[in-house]
Design a protein around this ligand. Structure first.
Ligand code: ASP
Length: 597
């Protein structure tokens, strides 16, 4: 037996026991004739002590040790004179009587401690060492707990976990596919699933009316900050449901995770928001009031339309704009000139794209603005009334094209939320957003794209518009789709699906697929729908992202054991990599890497 206990197990109640531990040397300290070793494993750290009077052989072995050596130590549990309240085992130490070096270790390229000296790239190359560190260990354990609770909850709701294949045909989520050449079918390729969308719908046709899977998905997208080419979804589908049923079921899942993971496991306090019905908002309202389809509703600061109040007073910039809108930053009237100049520069950055920023301060001395020349205090008071601004508040106003300005105000709102400390880390605000447009018109290619994917059904009341040939009508069709958002982060999305063959055909037609195209790509599902497809709908949650949000992190990378970097590389494996010429030939692929194989 290598060990009687883990490095996180022993307490003062074990005083006097003979134990055997195994783990990694985190740190060695010599103090006079004594040596202290912090022995680490997944469970914690236990202090070993080699006393001065210990046998010479033992001291010799200790002299050989270095950081990250793997050792086994036998000895007696003692009460520590110098207790460490920061760790669970801090009241005891082990007086070592026998020590075996199980494996030597080279000095690691960075320190394996909570605060490491290793840069991101170096740590990515040595990911297995980085994973020894507490912050990553906590993230990986949180992920496990999440997965476990998802399975618990959904199994309890009669969902079946069913695996779907990874070597498939292109799926329709709108990103590029990763493809795999087939040796046995030269010239042909499998695609890796962007999601199991078609399979889960086929499972509904097959009668498995509640399905879920914690599943890897692959999308070959240009990587933005927080994207991974492979990521994990909690993928779900239900038959004989309407939108309400889906939302209620998965609100149940979210509530379960809030309680079991966030509160019980992570030790957060139970928030009333977790037990009340989650707020719901239409896509149109989300844009109008928050300038985004994924509002962070931990704080108010809604966008307010000031167009009619602001126009017609001789201020050309506002008069010529399609839209004037503002937000009210509570208690920020004392913002200095410098801070306001800085905010102005902030909104002018290309990412935000505003031309300038108008501010109105409401102070005990009256209303002061950057546009006093055009607006009397009475007029500015009307803005304040419209926005619910009172003494002490700061109004920030932008103008321009409706959508762009609302988006810029949305970004400014988040920035002010940050600056004013309103986006509290320990606060969690769930939200459903629904009634998305079904279709997006693309000017460049002169065609419609599915905003979600081509299996999402139009809302029943919009079916007539969907069947009309007018572009404007089609633009107005709402999808029976919904997103789940926490703290401004899109955690999941889904829809009620089309289950009628004719509607599905119409969808492909609207999306510009020829009959032959549609048959080639989706013939299997069109066909399946001829054999009794029940009404169905579902949702998929970004599992990595949900873990990151619960872990209080901006980045999903820490929650994936072996992630890729921003250019889609696995730094540890150094992948992707060239394959050898023989393999290329076998697959009938042209070598693009002559001499590199
Ligand atoms: N397949 C969709 C996605 O990956 C989710 C869904 O509609 O269930 O975004």
């Amino acid at each position: 037996m290598y060990r009687t206990h883990t490095c996180g197990a022993l307490r003062i109640t074990d005083k006097g026991s003979e134990v055997c531990l195994a783990g990694w040397v985190q740190r060695l300290r010599k103090l006079g004739g004594m040596t202290f070793i912090d022995l680490r494993d997944r469970y914690g750290i236990t202090q070993l002590v080699i006393e001065e009077q210990a046998p010479v052989d033992l001291h010799h072995t200790v002299d050989l040790l270095g950081r990250e050596f793997v050792i086994q130590a036998k000895g007696k549990v003692l009460e520590r004179s110098n207790k460490n309240t920061k760790i669970d085992t801090g009241e005891i130490e082990i007086a070592v009587s026998e020590l075996v070096i199980l494996n030597a270790a080279q000095t690691p390229p960075f320190t394996i401690e909570d605060e490491t000296d290793g840069g991101e790239e170096l740590r990515a190359v040595y990911r297995y060492l980085d994973l020894r560190r507490n912050p990553l260990k906590r993230a990986i354990m949180l992920r496990h707990t999440m997965a476990h609770e998802v399975r618990n909850y959904l199994s309890g709701q009669r969902f079946l976990e069913i695996e779907t294949p990874v070597l498939i045909k292109s799926t329709p989520e709108g990103a590029r596919d990763f493809v795999v050449p087939s040796r046995m079918n030269l010239g042909q390729f499998y695609a890796l699933p962007q999601s199991p969308q078609t399979f889960k719908q086929l499972l509904m046709v097959a009668g498995y009316d509640r399905y879920f899977q914690i599943v890897r998905c692959f999308r070959d997208e240009d990587l933005r900050a927080d994207r991974q080419p492979e990521f994990t979804q909690i993928d779900c589908e239900m038959a004989f449901v309407e939108r309400e049923d889906v939302l209620n079921t998965f609100e149940g899942l979210a509530k379960h995770l809030f309680k079991s993971v966030l509160c019980d496991y992570m030790g957060h306090g139970q928030h009333p928001r977790f037990s009340q019905p989650f707020p719901r908002m239409s896509y149109a309202d989300a844009l109008r009031y928050y300038g985004t389809d994924k509002p962070d509703i931990r704080f108010e600061m809604k966008i307010c339309d000031l167009t009619s109040l602001a126009q017609g007073h001789g201020f050309g910039v506002f008069d010529s704009a399609d839209y004037v809108g503002g937000i009210c930053a509570k208690d920020a009237a004392d913002y200095t000139r410098k801070q306001l100049d800085e905010l102005t520069e902030w909104v002018k950055r290309p990412q935000i794209g505003a031309k300038g920023l108008v501010y109105v301060r409401i102070t005990s001395e009256g209303i002061k603005s950057s546009v006093d020349k055009f607006y009397t205090p009475e007029l500015l008071q009307q803005w304040a009334t419209q926005m619910g601004a009172v003494e002490g508040d700061l109004m920030l106003v932008l103008c321009g094209d409706v959508k762009k300005t609302q988006e810029a105000l949305g970004a400014l709102r988040l920035e002010m939320g940050n600056r004013l400390g309103l986006r509290k880390k320990e606060d969690y605000a769930p939200l459903w957003v629904y009634d998305f447009p079904l279709l997006e018109w693309d000017d460049e290619t002169q065609r419609f794209y599915a905003m979600h994917h081509p299996f999402t059904s139009p809302k029943p009341e919009d079916l007539a518009k969907f069947c009309s040939n007018g572009k404007e009508d089609l633009k107005q069709v709402c999808a029976n789709a919904y997103d789940f958002v926490i703290n401004g982060v899109e955690i999941g999305g889904g829809s009620i699906r089309i289950h009628d063959t004719e509607v599905q055909k119409r969808m492909f037609e609207v999306l510009g697929f020829s009959q032959a195209d549609a048959d080639y790509r989706f013939g299997f599902i069109i066909n399946a729908f001829k054999y009794g497809a029940p009404p169905h709908g579902g949702i998929a949650f970004g599992f990595d992202r949900w873990c990151a949000v619960f872990g209080g992190s901006e980045s999903i990378r820490d929650y994936i054991a072996f992630p890729k970097n921003n250019s889609g590389r696995d730094m540890m494996l150094d992948a992707p990599s060239y394959i050898d010429a023989a393999q290329m030939k076998e697959l009938a692929l042209e070598s693009t890497a002559v001499g590199k194989s």
